[in-house]
Design a protein around this ligand. Structure first.
Ligand code: C2E
Ligand code: MG
Ligand code: MG
Ligand code: MG
Length: 292
């Protein structure tokens, strides 16, 4: 009986595996169409200042509206695009779109907002990435200080010198750098010293149970303290409740990002969100200095 069960489990796994494999092959072929035929779009999620509640930074998150499969999450297609090298074209497209949208946002009066774009380690290791960044800035007219690139710690594990040099060149342009998913990368703390970062983003896996889990609380408080001593700002990712936000404010976290404030949304919704935020903080009509 056990044997029988073993075999059916095996067959079940193997069928799963085949379905998974053919799904990946199909997606890979479709991804080129997605890049060529405008099936991709950029959603935006606000990061709010922990003290004032005001949006200071906006993360660009790519979305794929597949013609038959519907909305596909970046967690499913970014790794694939990294395997095939398609991440180069995709990443450049996102960067250019995000810069253009941010210039539009600034023209609507939200000049105090900067945009953060996720950059794959594959992009960072590609010769000429720095030109991709300067081209996107030049084409859009966005000030370098209004752009931030989000990089995972493990980006420096391969071709360390090349990546560190690229990051220094990016900083010299005036563009900011954030270390994304901090704490999940299995990388040594000595890399933190090497990375020319402005900001650390604590991964949501530490934030989820931070109120009741002693280890998560210790890690979160430790990272905040370390970052501040290094002169870096700290973001908490995945802030889902007001209780989390309160806890993080109390512990001197600088910026909060998560469903408690806003979900990633299309650009038009972001404009509405920011306008509502401004009018909520403006007691008298017409006294809003930040609007043009
Ligand atoms: P990430 O850069 O760490 O982005 C944060 C992810 O957390 C986003 O998932 C966001 O929707 C999600 N999130 C935000 N607030 C909450 C919350 O309160 N609770 C929970 N549970 N999740 C929250 P998303 O958009 O699915 O993106 C997943 C990952 O895909 C990103 O993680 C990033 O690593 C990658 N990605 C997204 N867009 C791009 C891109 O344009 N280029 C590259 N290279 N990677 C991207
Ligand atoms: Mg990110
Ligand atoms: Mg993250
Ligand atoms: Mg992540």
């Amino acid at each position: 009986r056990a044997k029988q069960q073993g075999r059916s489990t095996y067959q079940w796994y193997s069928q799963e595996f085949n379905e998974e494999a053919s799904y990946r092959v199909a997606l890979r072929n479709d991804l080129q169409d997605a890049i060529d035929q405008e099936q991709l779009s950029v959603y935006y999620q606000p990061l709010v200042d922990a003290r004032t509640g005001k949006t200071r930074n906006i993360e660009a998150l790519v979305r794929w509206q597949h013609p038959t499969r519907g909305l596909i999450s970046p967690g499913d297609f970014i790794p694939l695009a990294e395997d095939t090298g398609q991440i180069i074209a995709l990443g450049e497209w996102v960067l250019r779109q995000a810069c253009r949208d941010m210039v539009h946002l600034h023209s609507r009066g939200f000049r105090y907002c900067s945009v953060s774009v996720n950059v794959s380690p594959v992009q960072l290791r590609k010769e000429g990435f720095i030109h991709t960044v300067t081209d996107a800035l030049k084409a859009s007219g966005l000030r370098p200080e209004s752009l931030e690139l989000e990089v995972v710690e493990s980006a420096v594990l391969l071709d360390t010198d090349l990546v560190i040099n690229t990051l220094h060149a990016i900083r010299e342009l005036g563009v900011h750098i954030a270390i994304d998913d901090f704490g999940t990368g299995f990388s040594s703390l000595s890399y933190i010293k090497l990375l020319p970062a402005n900001k650390i983003k604590i991964d949501h896996s530490f934030i989820k149970d931070v109120i009741e889990n002693r280890s998560d609380a210790a890690i979160t408080q430790g990272v905040i303290s370390m970052a501040h001593h290094l002169g870096l700002e700290v973001v908490a990712e995945g802030v889902e409740t007001e209780a989390h936000a309160t806890y993080l404010r109390k512990n001197q976290c600088d910026l909060l990002q998560g469903f408690a404030f806003a979900r990633p949304m299309p650009f038009d919704d972001l404009l509405t969100f920011l306008n509502n935020q401004v009018s909520a903080n403006t007691p008298q009509a017409g006294s809003n200095e930040e609007q043009e």
